[in-house]
Design a protein around this ligand. Structure first.
Ligand code: PEP
Ligand code: MN
Length: 697
């Protein structure tokens, strides 16, 4: 260290000492004010105008000295919070009656969040008193220490903003004649602690309490280590220290790491930025506190069987303006389908509106037990002090953002939806993605010239817009009919021309794409090929629209990325198709994922259609699923049909005949009308440039 650096640091140390000395002096003055307020029962504890005046004075001083107003405001907020809590300590408590040595039981070891919270709370409740903290293995053991008289109080967590309610603690409250006398919140900030000198790259195993491991799930996943559960966060740190293995780390509080001389390898490792735990302090009997302090009351009740009894209890509270901050129900093991309710209400059980409400609630309940009335410290906003200082002239020049800006998804550059603009894909003269609901119909496979011509006649008559038929069939078994190949495509093209229907047919190999693209109006990528990236890239280079079917085990994200392959190659004419995914269900060939349609519509501007035939594999289910597809906003359906299903070489169980198609179209019409959509090539009264497109919901 250079002499200059050393001398500056000496200077800083002196300033810090002075800062702490001044803070201590300020706290002494605060306690003196507390003593005045104790004697003057009319004085308010929270003096908002006074706090605002102090904030303004700090802001002005900061500005004059060129210090950030925001920074000074943050410091002041902490100072005022702590001052107010210090005043509370001198109010209302009978100092003579409280023992000079206190023993507080908790679950865990030193450095656990419970133990840290005891340190925080008792600096307020009993400043200067000797507080012994008794760590126990379980909540039950900690409660037992109170019941046996080994401890004066027990501090237990009741809820966490991420993990929720801690039911075991409520069960203990239900079982024992104790009283809640205080509450405190702790902001949980997990760190990853390792042995001195250890590095993040070395770590192979991470230990902590199970809930803490869950709360850091994302970070631990990325780290790729083995997670092992320990009794509590601090115990994991203690074990690590004792074992001395540099490949092991612990998730614990920064305080635990510091107390044990461990290195903090990483801070800010929780999945959620805000992670608060509320603790309650439990004693043998209720304790009075100053009437001017905000209060909370915890209640335990079970209602009698009369219809609406719980609702009426709530009503009694609401009518008197009693704010309910928590309501939790727990089953009563000894009485199936009966519940015990835990409530937290603002106010005092023995005074004012809450006392009246409780009186009115009593006849509606089988049991109504007050668990305690105690100072409300959690969730009390400090409204009096503005977060930042008043704006200066310079700060007035703030430009507000015009509209929320979405983070662009770089992986889905071409596919992602940015606004309400939808892509319309043209297949010959047919548009997919407008207010016209497009019916694509035809056989599974091209089997013969006669079969295709009969099929084309059949579907044209029933209002289909596009003819389907597979010439290259990707069959699961190598011994099944594989299709007629290029000859099949030629037959399709002839039938399409004869009946004025654009045709869609599947390609399975990149080397067939150019030749098929000459004859077909649309190229299909089947479910089995959705991630055939060579094929997708090839399709990106042709001037033909692509019908991209979702793989049977593909996620929506993977479907979108497959579309991105095609679009990244330059071909932007892509239509997505949901065709059922593989689940544990065996009564249908696949499970039609209907939610995929609105999800896709929210994520991409591309049109989305549904294939109910391959989803169900049963002809009786094709129509109901097609109707559902229309109802959830699909731009069309592709269905298999055959002039003589009994002769079909492929998928005969799911093939519709002409009458089935007729019925389907009839049933679709009212659904589409209710959405201002239609099935005809031109809607009634529609101008030539197309009507509004249906954007789902
Ligand atoms: C088809 O449409 O002919 C087909 C085989 O469908 P999928 O790829 O969805 O199974
Ligand atoms: Mn088929």
């Amino acid at each position: 260290m250079t002499p200059k650096l050393r001398s500056i640091r000496t200077e800083i140390d002196k300033i810090d000492e002075e800062l702490v000395r001044l803070l201590a002096e300020r706290m002494d003055a605060i306690r003196a004010i507390g003593a005045c307020k104790r004697d003057d029962k009319d004085a308010a504890i929270l003096d908002a105008p006074r706090e605002r005046a102090v904030a303004e004075a700090w802001a002005k001083e900061a500005e004059a000295r060129g210090v950030s107003g925001y920074f000074v405001g943050r410091v002041l907020r902490e100072v005022l919070n702590w001052s107010r809590r210090n005043q509370e300590a001198t109010l209302g408590r009978d100092a003579e009656a409280t023992p000079k040595r206190l023993r507080i039981a908790f679950q865990g070891t030193s450095g656990s969040y419970s133990e840290l919270t005891i340190r925080k709370l008792f600096q307020i409740r009993m400043p200067g008193e000797e507080v012994t903290r008794l760590g126990r293995h379980t909540f039950k053991d900690a409660m037992a220490a109170l019941l046996a008289g080994d401890a004066d109080y027990v501090l237990l967590p009741v809820e966490n903003t991420i993990a929720g309610t801690i039911n075991e603690v409520y069960s203990l409250l239900n079982e024992h004649p104790v009283a809640i006398v205080d509450e405190e919140a702790w902001e949980v900030e997990h760190v990853l602690a390792g042995l001195p000198g250890a590095s993040l790259e070395q770590i192979r195993t991470v230990r902590s309490q199970a809930v803490a491991l869950q709360q850091c799930h994302r970070f631990l996943d990325e780290l790729g280590c083995v997670a092992e559960a320990a009794a509590d966060t601090a115990a994991a740190a203690h074990d690590l220290k004792a074992e001395g293995d540099p490949t092991v780390a612990a998730v614990c509080s920064e305080e635990a790491a510091r107390d044990l001389g461990l290195d903090v390898l990483k801070r800010g490792i929780s999945d959620q930025r805000i992670n608060l735990t509320r603790f309650i302090l439990i004693g043998h009997k209720p304790e009075p506190f100053d009437d001017r302090l905000p209060a909370r009351t915890s209640i335990l009740l079970s209602v009698n069987h009369r219809h609406g009894a719980l609702a009426q209890c709530m009503q009694e509270l609401a009518e008197r303006g009693c704010n309910l901050s928590k309501l939790e129900s727990r089953p009563l093991p000894e009485a199936p389908w009966e519940y015990l309710f835990y409530m937290d209400v603002e106010g005092r059980a023995d005074q004012g509106p809450l006392a009246d409400a409780l009186e009115a609630m009593r006849p509606l309940t089988n049991r109504l037990q007050i668990l305690g009335t105690y100072p409300r410290r959690v969730g009390v906003a400090n409204d009096a002090v503005p977060m930042a200082t008043p704006r200066t002239a310079q700060e007035e020049k703030i430009e507000e953002p015009a509209a929320p800006v979405c983070k662009p998804n770089l992986n889905l550059k071409n596919v992602a939806r940015h606004d309400d603009t939808r892509t319309v894909v043209r297949v010959g003269p047919v548009e997919i993605g407008t207010s016209r609901f497009v019916l694509i119909a035809g056989p599974c496979a091209v089997e013969s010239r006669k079969q295709i011509f009969d099929a084309a006649a059949m579907v044209k008559d029933r209002g289909a817009a596009i003819l389907r038929g597979g010439a290259f069939k990707p069959r699961t078994s190598p011994y099944s009919f594989q299709g007629l190949g290029h000859e099949g495509v030629e037959i399709m093209q002839e039938a399409g021309r004869a009946y004025e229907l654009p045709i869609v047919t599947e390609v399975v190999r990149p080397e067939d794409v150019d030749q098929v693209a000459v004859l077909a109006d649309m190229l299909q990528v089947g479910a089995r090929n959705m991630q055939n990236f060579g094929l997708l890239s090839k399709l990106g280079t042709v001037q033909r629209p692509v019908l991209l079917k979702r793989g049977m085990s593909a996620t929506i994200e993977e479907l979108l990325l497959a579309a991105e392959y095609i679009m990244a190659g330059g071909n932007h004419r892509v239509v997505l198709c949901e065709r059922g995914i593989r689940t544990f269900e065996t009564s249908t060939r696949n499970t039609l994922d209907l939610s995929a349609i609105p999800v896709l519509k929210s994520r991409t501007h591309l049109p989305v259609i549904v294939d109910p035939s391959h989803a169900a594999g049963r002809k009786d289910l094709v129509a109901p699923l097609a109707l559902a597809a229309a109802a959830v906003g699909a731009d069309g359906v592709i269905v298999e049909c055959h002039p003589r299903p009994e002769e079909a070489l492929c998928d005969k169980e799911q093939a519709l005949v002409g009458d089935d198609l007729d019925r389907l179209v009839q049933a679709l019409r009212p659904i589409l009308e209710s959405q201002q959509r239609h099935m005809d090539s031109k809607a009634p009264n529609e101008p030539d440039d197309g009507g509004p497109c249906f954007n789902g919901f």
